[in-house]
Design a binder for this molecule. Structure first.
Ligand SMILES: Cc1ncc(COP(=O)(O)O)c(C=O)c1O
Length: 361
């Protein structure tokens, strides 16, 4: 039986290509997104105040926490866009040095609108971790920054790009042993997922290995945050030889296909429009009973993604203020988008999704 999943797998071409859209004179390359954010916090000041969306991953929260910054949250609506009236009020309450805007799922947020709200002393960091740069990607200007974490979409071990007004100096740490360990476990993870998606006979075993190596590598990644280092040689090679055009084109065409063919009344698309430039990490939908929907898909060998573990740092006393962000956390689901699938696979997923009956039917 065919198996559909968002897991990244190994793929390379023999000729080297630069990453499109990134201005080399303004791009700093780190091992991971969280290392880049920690380095940015340190560069901007010994301490400061950062505004984060209420639904924020550990990889964004932890760097500012470790750098000793004050973290204040702002609310999102149920599609992941900042609630501007509340954001303005929060900006007026105190001086803010940096605001993080996450382009959730790879969907472009209204950056211009947010820039217009910011006082001149507040910098913007656009978090593009859920997409991949393209030739038409709008690099930030002025004192603003942008982050990519390409291993979320591509089968590479490590690497992240921070684009800003300048290149940041890389601190001269010796390469930590945990960094070598991280790359090692990630490589095994990628081999396991690559074999697992292709070979039904070994799938169960490969998925167990992938789960184990993913957890191992993530523990080491967490411990690396406050020691920002460069991308590994393996990571650099994999990025330079990545079939980037295929990654972008397949992801765009799959999102378009889902958008045109899903007709399941129990789901609501979380996309304002179909993206034409930014590939998506997955196709985001809102579903009332996510556990029921996931179990149904699993019967058909379809695995999606949810962002729940380590994505909520709002203090319990403030949770009520962020009710809509909490709804998004509880009800979003990402249907698989992957450059290792073709449109026939996406059509098969769509047929299964359109045939879904909710728990009450
Ligand atoms: C939106 C977003 N930004 C940044 C990060 C951090 O990137 P990395 O995992 O490369 O440290 C993550 C990680 O989950 C993320 O989801």
């Amino acid at each position: 039986m065919a198996y559909y999943s968002p897991s990244r797998t190994l793929a390379f071409t023999w000729h080297r290509q630069p990453v499109p859209g990134l201005p080399p004179e303004r791009t700093s390359t780190y091992g991971s997104g969280r290392e880049a954010l920690y380095a940015l916090a340190r560069y901007l000041g010994p301490t400061g105040t950062v505004l984060l969306p209420a639904w924020a991953p550990e990889g964004v929260f932890q760097p500012f926490q470790l750098a000793g910054w004050t973290i204040v949250f702002y609310p999102l609506d149920q599609a992941g866009a900042p609630k501007t009236a509340e954001l303005v009020a929060t900006l007026q309450e105190r001086p803010v040095h940096l605001l993080v805007l996450i382009h959730y799922f790879g969907q472009r947020q209204a950056t211009e609108k947010i820039l217009n709200l910011l006082p001149p002393t507040t910098a913007l960091l656009e978090d593009w971790a859920h997409t991949y740069p393209t030739a038409t990607w709008p690099a930030p200007g002025g004192q603003h920054w942008a982050l990519f974490s390409p291993n979320k979409l591509a089968g590479i071990t490590d690497g992240a790009w921070l684009v800003g007004p300048t290149v940041l100096p890389l601190p001269a740490h010796p390469v930590a042993r945990r960094k070598v360990g991280y790359v090692f476990w990630r490589l095994i993870y990628l081999v396991a997922t690559s074999v697992g998606v292709r070979t039904a006979l070994l799938r169960g075993f490969c998925l167990r290995v992938a789960g184990f190596t993913y957890r191992k590598s993530y523990q080491l990644l967490l411990r690396q945050t406050a020691q920002p280092g460069p991308v590994s040689g393996v990571g650099r090679w994999l990025v330079e030889h990545l079939p980037q055009q295929e990654l972008v084109e397949r992801r765009l065409e799959q999102a378009t296909y889902y958008h045109a063919h899903l007709n399941q009344p129990r789901l609501r698309s979380l996309l304002g429009e179909v993206p034409t430039h930014h590939p998506l990490i997955g196709y985001p939908v809102w579903v009332a009973d996510r556990a029921h929907f996931e179990a149904y898909l699993a019967q058909h060998q379809i695995r999606g993604q949810v962002f729940t573990d380590s994505w909520w740092f709002v203090p319990p006393a403030e949770t009520e203020k962020f009710a809509e962000s909490r709804v998004l956390l509880a009800h979003h689901f990402l249907l698989p988008i992957n450059q290792n699938m073709d449109l026939t696979a996406v059509a098969a997923i769509v047929r299964v999704v359109n045939g879904y009956r909710g728990p009450a039917d």
